[in-house]
Design a protein around this ligand. Structure first.
Ligand code: NAG
Ligand code: NAG
Length: 360
């Protein structure tokens, strides 16, 4: 009897949630979270050829820089939602708009001059302009009041900063930025510019924003191949990540204090990744140094293509290609985002957020 009552109550409550089956999800950033926008652009930063997508449900490349699912996909699963469509996809229309949208574009950074070698990518300011445009489109569909509710009630993910090091400051020896700024000054500048981006997201209506730091930049197979003698992480790039990530957490705390609300949530992706790197076996990986797909030392040279070495069991590798985590690693990262302690998720993990927000 009480079981039946509970089921009825749950049915009524889920009915009250009304039009949206689950909250909308918006994604901004770089290749770690791009669901395929770059497929629609004339750029070399793309993942639209095999073996990318080899473990995706369709077994086909989608533009994701993964053998299968990526971080936003696993977050969508946690929300009980369909994966976010790339903003440039023609399929993102009508009711599909209500699921949210993915504005991310491989190669971008905080700065406009990051990734210039990729030419035609959607830089972060453009991603935010598209978010505004998206809201106008949803407005036309469901009206201003409901659009505002959808946006305010959404979960947002933003991942950028890594490319400002690997595809800018450290792209070539004596890069323009490295001649202009000593590393600590450059990091301050990035944080200063990132603050503007996060404030703009807030002004556009975002109220729950997961902000990931960079991974351990010096330990990715590409940097091991380029800079390491005996498999140790590149000190210089590790120093960059160690300067950037704590300042990002400080920035987030400051912004939340100013807003009087925990709008921004810092995800310590450096620490999450470091766990795999220090003890890959504990997470079921045979290695965290060698990429599954690539060539040269650590499979870290050049791009992952049909001609590359390809490991048979992708789940045994922390890195899929020279820069990007495998599907398995992405899944573990999202588990930490969901349930991690405050060491990983500050001020709180995603399951706490979802529980809090469902009460509103
Ligand atoms: C990047 O470009 C946008 C749009 O042109 C501009 O508003 C912004 O200030 C630029 N950012 C930097 C760091 O120069
Ligand atoms: C999330 O974070 C809270 C507070 O740090 C912690 O108590 C909880 O165990 C974490 N995991 C889940 C699933 O809530």
């Amino acid at each position: 009897m009480s079981c039946i009552v509970l089921v009825l109550v749950m049915a009524i409550f889920s009915g009250f949630n009304g039009t949206e089956a689950s909250r909308a999800f918006f994604v901004f950033g770089d290749s770690l979270v791009d669901n395929g926008n770059n497929n629609f652009l004339a750029t070399t930063a793309r993942a639209d050829a095999p073996p990318y997508g080899i473990d995706f449900p369709t077994r086909r490349p989608t533009g994701r820089f993964s053998n299968g699912l990526n971080i936003p996909d696993f977050i969508s699963q946690e929300l009980g939602a369909d994966p976010t469509l790339p903003y440039l996809s023609p399929e993102l229309d009508g009711q599909n708009l209500l699921v949210g949208a993915n504005f991310a574009s491989a190669g971008i950074g905080i700065l406009n001059d990051t990734g210039i070698q990729f030419v035609n990518i959607i830089r972060i300011f453009r991603q935010l302009d598209y978010f505004e445009q998206y809201q106008q489109r949803v407005n036309a569909l469901i009206g201003a009041e409901k659009t505002k509710q959808l946006v305010n009630g959404a979960l947002v993910l933003i991942t950028c900063g890594g490319n400002d090091f690997v595809n800018n400051y450290y792209l070539v020896p004596n890069s323009a930025r490295s001649r202009q700024y000593a590393l600590p000054v450059y990091v301050n500048y990035l944080i200063f510019e990132y603050a503007k981006i996060l404030r703009r997201l807030y002004d556009l209506g975002a109220r729950r924003v997961l902000v990931t730091g960079t991974g351990p930049l010096g330990c990715v197979p590409a940097e091991l191949a380029l800079r390491s003698r005996n498999g140790e992480c590149s000190e210089e790039l590790q120093r960059a990540a160690s300067l950037f990530n704590p300042q990002l957490v400080d920035l987030i705390q400051q912004l939340n204090n100013q807003l009087g609300s925990d709008v921004f949530i810092a995800a310590n992706t450096q620490l999450m990744h470091n766990d795999f790197i220090t003890d890959p076996q504990a997470y079921g990986f045979v290695t965290s140094k060698v990429a599954c797909c690539g060539q040269g030392p650590y499979n870290g040279i050049g791009l992952c293509t049909v001609a590359s070495n390809l490991c048979p069991n992708r789940d045994a590798y922390a890195f899929w290609d020279p820069f990007h985590p495998s599907e398995k690693a992405n899944k573990l990262i999202v588990q930490q985002i969901m349930t991690g302690s405050t060491k990983y998720m500050n001020p709180m993990n995603l399951s706490t957020i979802l529980a809090l927000d469902s009460r509103n």
